[in-house]
Design a protein around this ligand. Structure first.
Ligand code: ADP
Ligand code: MG
Length: 722
């Protein structure tokens, strides 16, 4: 028995060289038959990956994994589409690990694979999954997302073989981090690819793609995949394989997801939500609103009134996030389009679990149901029993009466919702004019509905335009754009009004993240909205109360290489008056010369000190007169001719920068010669005109002559005394 065991151990120790193992695996790639394999062990994967998978109970493959891993291993570009919760993350992480493993990637090889995702939260989840399945590999991974320590990321960047990132932060590293190097990059993955490529990220993604090596493998994954030829061209995909596992499925959403909708008046929404939570106390619920300010308000109110525990979210959580065991997704506000609906609803019924989804629609938004059904989404209507609705309105009113800050939050939530409806592109579904805003405000606990100036003004314009049409005077496009700009300004006024109503003055802009609504983040915002976004950007400066220091402005100017405006004045005859104002170029030159001059003077002073010191030394040693005289003459000869003078040894002097501080820093250092850079610069400077400069220069040369004379006189006197 024991002998047999020994033989087995011996056989186990006999290990093939890694290159042979890799060659073996790679030779099997072409024979992978997607129709026959079911388990991860059926794939030619490294033992390190297989161990990582088994440890986490990943045994059977999902459809998307079965169909795409083999293709990716063979080096194909892939467009992977599969329902939410169907395991797309592993479908790209496994090939990433294997590709780098087969290339025997080490830390020294730098960045080998890049995974880009639209949100930080999703990037984090992917990173965690990679850590779980990839920890037997010697490959390092990094998470590069906004809100983390940039310096730390920068230092570590060159050591990362796989980087999981969000587009903005990645571009920041590409721009600013000298350690970021992607020349060796082999694979690029876009998770939630359609979102990464849509308008919100367009410019950032274009810049990123420009910086990436063109010879690479590209994998795109999403539940709602991009089919736009333009997108594919942007990414320079080579004969991409379209892996759409559920293309011919009866439904676009998971089969285990039960989907319902209710039609509910705007003013009843809060009561409906309240009652829903009270009736599902033991279940895990995610509730989506269309704006961050609504989430903030309802969260704060419900935290105090405590109908039950729930998670409130905006669309930031709608894509990709894998919340464990969610029972219900409630969409309190109608999603902007069918894709948004699919992603929100997909936070439940993930990977073989059941889940339910409730969509709350206004009577004016019912058209959405048709659109969903056209896209193969099975959704049925349920009725609300009005007798069972419990309203928290009185409690909310009481809360707001006591808490001014909360009241402001409510006002912002109110305006922000109206604005979100106004900005929706799909005017078939969203109509801001039919909203009963007064009763909606009351339902939020606001006794007096906040004024929505942009809406009032728009209403006036609409009436005017109707009148114009009747009179056959059509409005021009420009007029319309101007109107929208005014509306945006009115929106700002609305916000201002909320502020002025408040007794405590708080910095409104601090938590103003929800103004995102006004920026072009989504692909489906129309021309008018873009105009709004631009106007909003222009107004940003007015709205933000952050102090703008001169230093900040100067830095910005330097960064952007802005050439300062030149002031041009004309004399009475209308001719160009060149001497007027401060000519920056001349002023710079003057400053430079002045600086040289001052340095020269500084040297002279040092010379004097030096001479003084030597003299004292000699006197104390009582050297004989003749020798002393000769040497002093030598000194004088040495130091009076500037051409021959190579500079005294200044090392014994204290560092002038330490004594005078670094006041001279604003002076362009590039203009200095190396020799000059060690010399003290005068602390403060004032821009002077040319005439002043000439006068000053004359004065200075006189001063210097005087000091030279004085020094000489002193010296002669001393010699005579000796
Ligand atoms: P998707 O990106 O398609 O929405 P995810 O990759 O987030 O889906 O996976 C959804 C859930 O399914 C995750 O919790 C994941 O751990 C699990 N999962 C994925 N693949 C498998 C598998 N082969 N076996 C078991 N669980 C899996
Ligand atoms: Mg995913």
């Amino acid at each position: 028995m024991s002998k047999k065991k020994k033989v087995r151990l011996y056989n186990k120790k006999k290990k093939l060289p890694e290159t042979t193992i890799i060659a073996n695996l790679q030779s099997k790639y072409d024979t992978i038959d997607e129709t026959k394999i079911t388990k991860f062990t059926d794939l030619p994967l490294s033992t390190k990956t297989l161990k990582g998978l088994a440890e986490n109970d990943y045994v059977e493959m999902t459809d998307i994994q079965r169909q795409s891993i083999g293709l990716a291993l063979r080096g194909c570009d892939i467009l992977g589409a599969a329902k939410t919760g169907s395991g797309k993350t592993l479908a790209f992480l496994i090939p990433l690990l294997e590709i780098l493993y087969c290339k025997q990637w080490t830390r020294l090889d730098g960045l080998g694979a890049l995974v880009i995702t639209p949100t930080r939260e999703l990037a984090y989840q992917i990173y965690e999954t990679l850590r779980k399945i990839g920890h037997y590999h010697d490959i390092s991974a990094g998470l590069i997302i906004g809100g983390k320590d940039l310096k730390f990321e920068k230092r570590r960047m060159d050591q990362c073989n796989i980087v999981i990132c969000t587009p903005g932060r990645l571009l920041q590293h590409m721009d600013e981090n000298p350690l970021f190097d992607c020349v060796n990059m082999q694979v690029l993955v876009l998770d939630e690819a359609d979102r990464c490529l849509d308008m919100g990220f367009e410019q950032t993604m274009n810049s990123i793609i420009e910086n990436l090596p063109p010879k690479r493998q590209t994998l795109l994954f999403s539940a709602t995949q991009t089919k736009s030829v333009r997108d594919l061209a942007r990414l320079s995909l080579k004969d991409p394989m379209y892996v759409s596992v559920h293309e011919h499925a009866t439904h676009t959403t998971p089969e285990a997801l039960r989907q319902n909708y209710v039609v509910c008046a705007l003013e009843d929404k809060v009561s409906m939500l309240w009652s829903f939570i009270r009736n599902h106390l033991k279940q895990k619920i995610i509730i989506f609103f269309s704006s961050c300010k609504q989430v903030k308000y309802i969260y704060e109110v419900f935290c105090r009134l405590r109908p039950g525990i729930i998670l409130f979210a905006t669309d930031i959580a709608a894509r990709g996030l894998d919340f464990p065991a969610v029972d219900w997704v409630v969409q309190m506000d109608c999603p902007e389009d069918v894709n948004a609906y699919i992603h929100r609803a997909g936070r439940t019924a993930r990977f073989q679990r059941n889940g339910e989804c409730l969509l709350v629609l206004l009577p004016s938004e019912e058209k959405m149901v048709e659109k969903l059904r056209t896209c193969k989404i099975p959704i049925s209507m349920i009725q609300i029993n009005p007798n069972k609705l419990q309203s928290p309105q009185r409690k909310m009113e009481a809360l707001l009466a006591r808490d001014v800050l909360l009241k402001e939050t409510a006002q912002r939530a109110f305006i922000s919702y109206i604005k979100s409806i106004f900005l929706m592109k799909d005017k078939e579904v969203f109509n801001v004019h039919v909203l009963n805003t007064d009763s909606f405000a009351r339902s939020l606990g606001l006794a007096i509905p906040p004024r929505i100036r942009f809406l009032q003004r728009m209403e006036q314009k609409r009436q005017l335009s109707n009148k114009n049409t009747e009179e056959k005077k059509p409005l021009t496009v420009n007029n319309e754009l101007n109107d929208i700009n005014e509306e945006v300004n009115d929106y700002k006024d609305d916000e201002q009004e909320i502020k002025s109503q408040s007794m405590d003055s708080i910095d409104f802009t601090l938590d103003d993240s929800d103004d995102d609504i006004l920026t072009v983040k989504r692909k489906n915002i129309n021309l008018d909205d873009i105009q709004i976004a631009i106007a909003n950007k222009q107004d940003e400066g007015l709205n933000k109360k952050k102090a703008v220091t001169k230093a900040a402005v100067a830095k910005k100017v330097l960064r952007k290489m802005i050439v300062p405006n030149k002031k041009i004045t004309f004399d009475d005859k209308g001719e160009l008056d060149e001497d007027s104002g401060i000519n920056i170029e001349i002023a710079k030159q003057i400053l430079h010369e002045e600086d040289k001059f001052d340095k020269q003077r500084f040297r002279e002073k040092i010379k004097e000190k030096h001479k003084e010191k030597k003299r004292k030394l000699k006197t104390s040693k009582k050297i004989d007169d003749k020798n002393d005289q000769d040497e002093t003459e030598d000194n004088i000869n040495n130091y009076t001719s500037d051409d021959e003078y190579n500079g005294p040894d200044l090392s014994w002097l204290p560092d002038p920068d330490k004594i005078y501080g670094k006041q001279g820093e604003n002076y362009s250092e590039t203009q200095e010669s190396e020799e000059e850079s060690n010399i003290h610069r005068p602390p403060k400077r004032k821009l002077i005109t040319q005439d002043e400069f000439k006068k000053k220069k004359k004065q200075k040369s006189l001063d210097v002559d005087n000091t030279d004379l004085k020094a000489d006189e002193e010296l002669v006197l001393q010699l005579l005394q000796n």
